[in-house]
Design a protein around this ligand. Structure first.
Ligand code: AHR
Length: 327
């Protein structure tokens, strides 16, 4: 009898250990396997741009199609709101938390809380600057440094035949956000090779159309002879176009405009000759995020870094691409 009991206890312990292993691989959740049993909490940046609107719509529809419950919150571009949303997802014991960090720094405390609760975190779109990469299971999104380099490469090529100084205004994204830091870094790295390129002013327009317009209005007054505007997204570039036209100049001719994103409004302005070049940044991350979440809850391996495939557009290419543009 004692022997039977001992064997039962040993088998029980083994089963418990095995379950524990499976939970750890799956991120510590109960490990639901059916899509309808999975709950994901998504903390979005806000609705600051056409890109963000398209990103939200794509993520929501991908989870709906997959039959996975998605709890969604909009942080209105404030880090404290995003932290609150993540804490609430931890309290609700969701299976996976995904979020696009408003800014790069200041996430370690809340990410440690998620880790302690055994809830895996997926970064989408933007990175955190944490040195502990065990705080998230995967980071899905663009290579923003590469995007900045592509913008710089086009500019260098475009002005290759001129030795005159090229004065540039840079419209930065949200201060401290990964795409703002990295797009500035990649661009600067390329243009520094030729001293004729000079960034005469660089200010944040917070990734919004209104911000781009307001900053451009002010900067045109102090830099009326500017040659180029490099905007970290289409929306700020579209705001700059309004400011340039209001100042009696022709965007795309008097001032060369380079932007990032390639959303429909940006592509239309490019096709109309008001923007000169766009570096694509794809907001269509929904299906890949569903795939990562499904693998994580099933305890499967996921890649730590998944880089989105992207291209660039000239004015001629925009005319061709516009009819099929999804967002
Ligand atoms: O993080 C991606 C950036 O955020 C997009 O380029 C911009 O439009 C958005 O607001």
């Amino acid at each position: 009898m004692k022997k039977t009991l001992g064997a039962a206890v040993a088998i029980g312990a083994l089963l418990l250990a095995l379950t524990g292993c499976a939970q750890e691989a799956g991120g510590g959740s109960e490990g639901p396997t059916a899509p309808e049993d999975i709950v994901v909490g998504f903390a979005q940046v806000g609705a600051e741009s056409g890109w963000r609107t398209a990103n939200t719509a794509d993520i929501q529809s991908a989870f709906k199609d997959a039959g996975i419950e998605l709890k969604f919150s909009d942080a209105q571009q404030k880090q404290e709101n995003q932290i609150k949303a993540i804490r609430s997802y931890i309290q609700q014991d969701v299976d996976v938390i995904a979020f696009s960090p408003v800014i790069e720094s200041g996430w370690d405390a809340v990410l440690n809380e998620a880790k302690d609760a055994g809830i895996p975190v997926v970064l989408t779109d933007r990175a955190v600057d944490s040195t502990d990469d065990s705080l998230y299971v995967s980071f899905l999104g663009s290579d923003f440094i590469e995007e900045g380099k592509k913008a710089g490469d086009w500019l260098v090529e475009e002005f290759a035949d001129s030795s005159d100084p090229v004065k540039i205004i840079q419209l930065e994204g949200t201060t401290g956000a990964a795409p703002a830091l990295d797009r500035a870094e990649g661009f600067a790295e390329v243009i520094k090779a030729d001293e004729k390129f000079e960034v005469v002013a660089s200010q944040t327009g917070d990734f919004t159309r209104a911000g781009g317009k307001q900053v451009t209005e002010a900067l045109l007054k102090s830099n009326p002879d500017v040659d180029v505007i490099y905007a970290h997204n289409d929306d700020m570039g579209l705001g700059a176009i309004e400011a340039i036209e209001a100042a009696g100049m022709t965007p795309g001719e008097d001032i060369t405009i380079i932007t990032v994103d390639a959303v429909k409004d940006g592509m239309q302005a490019l096709a109309d000759g008001k923007i000169n070049f766009i570096v694509e940044c794809s907001p269509l991350l929904g299906k890949q995020l569903v795939d990562i979440v499904t693998k994580v809850v099933a305890g499967e391996e996921v890649e730590k870094r998944i880089i989105t495939e992207e291209t660039t557009f000239t004015q001629e290419q925009a005319v061709e691409a516009l009819p099929d543009r999804q967002y």
